[in-house]
Design a protein around this ligand. Structure first.
Ligand SMILES: *Cc1c(COP(=O)(O)O)cnc(C)c1O
Length: 372
């Protein structure tokens, strides 16, 4: 038997979440699969979406080439653009789209010899102060790009800093700035991440760019009705590998930060921060053992963590443990660990991934008679 820690990825849920994004957007939807699809496995996820996705986006060329090599033929957008002029040859060869967010990139494109003109996503910094041209420069750089034979279409693009927050003022300001400084420029637009897509109808535009919601996780820190329509794609599993009864006064884990106040039945789970479970999860963070909530006790160690099983009737070694998933929202775990679900997903490490196939990618199965 091998170590029981694993992530189960439900590809049907991924498809349903994508279709929900599509329904909300009423436009084209780019599936964001950067960072190995938020640790869900970029190639398998892209393949599971290949017959329905309008486009994919990643953070760098290595991630894009992986998708092309897996047979993905949709547009693939490099969200940070290219870092080096040499990448333009691969961008050309593999027919990738690139974000353009600084002058040097325009000069590199102007000097490049490309087999076919390139579609660029021209980024405006409307108030995130990360990458993008300032609004006042935008018309100029658009003209520069438009004049280049190496450039075909220019998509007008920006990114929202606060779309997940209840206070809408910063987002409204960003949307106004974008509107004002793209006035008169032809071309499609792209603004919304998951939160923008769900919460701001006027951010939807022709192309939206949801990431987190595709994985079935709400982008909002506060509770939101979208949660009822999203299906978590990842379930992080392990099992109880040791059970012992400890007496009052016994301490648990590194630093002895938890002390038993009563006779306690303690369970040890094969899951630690080397797997991506957050080390900062507090005492009391919920863990599901045989489907029932029990509290995490003591510090999470590299390969193991402890839970208090005293309130459960029967437990034994090998019992199923769920760290997050459909029955235990990752957002809740993130709150206990003072972080966000994005980081918990991206930190996933070491655990093998098991895929539950999507129904619609196996049309031959749909044709068989249903069992009664
Ligand atoms: C990561 C990313 C997204 C997706 O954001 P979510 O909050 O996961 O929906 C969209 N646009 C850009 C530019 C990104 O870098």
């Amino acid at each position: 038997m091998s170590r029981p820690a694993k992530a189960i990825i439900n590809l049907e849920a991924l498809r349903q979440n994508y279709l929900l994004a599509k329904e909300i957007s009423e436009g084209k939807v780019i599936a964001i699969v950067k960072a190995d699809a938020y640790s869900h496995g970029a190639t398998v996820c892209a393949q599971a979406l290949a017959d329905i996705a309008d486009a994919f986006a990643v953070a760098c060329i290595e991630e894009a080439l992986e998708l092309r090599e897996a047979g993905i033929s949709q547009p693939i957008i490099l969200l940070e653009g290219f870092f080096d002029a040499a990448e333009l040859q691969l961008i050309d060869q593999y027919q990738l789209d690139t974000v353009v967010h600084h002058e040097g990139q325009i000069q590199a494109i102007a000097k490049a010899r490309l087999a076919q003109p390139l579609r660029v996503w021209l980024k405006m910094d409307t108030g995130m102060s990360r990458v993008g041209f300032l609004p006042g420069q935008y018309h100029d750089v658009w003209q520069q790009l438009k004049a280049l034979p190496q450039v075909s279409d220019i998509v007008l693009m920006s990114h929202l800093a606060c779309a997940d927050e209840p206070d809408i003022s910063h987002t409204m300001q960003q949307l106004e700035t974008f509107e004002e400084y793209t006035l008169g420029l032809p071309g499609e637009k792209s603004i919304a991440n998951s939160a923008g897509l769900i919460a701001f109808p006027n951010a939807r535009a022709q192309w939206s760019r949801p990431g987190l919601m595709l994985y079935g996780v709400s982008p909002f820190p506060e509770s939101h009705t979208i949660e009822q329509r999203l299906t978590p794609v990842m379930e992080l599993h392990s099992a109880i590998i040791s059970i012992k009864n400890i007496s009052p006064g016994s301490t648990v884990g590194y630093g002895s930060t938890w002390i038993a106040e009563r006779p306690t039945r303690l369970g040890i789970v094969a899951m630690g921060y080397a797997d991506g479970y957050p080390r900062h999860a507090k005492n009391g963070t919920p863990v599901l053992v045989n489907g029932q909530r029990v509290p995490l006790v003591g510090r999470v160690s590299m390969d193991m963590l402890a839970v208090d099983l005293t309130e459960l009737n029967e437990t034994s070694i090998g019992d199923d443990v769920i760290l997050w998933g459909a029955q235990l929202p990752i957002s809740e775990i993130a709150r206990y660990a003072d972080t966000i679900p994005y980081q918990l997903l991206c930190n996933l490490n070491r655990v093998p991934i098991e895929y539950l196939p999507a129904k619609a990618t196996q049309p031959e199965l749909q044709e068989t008679e249903p069992d009664s």
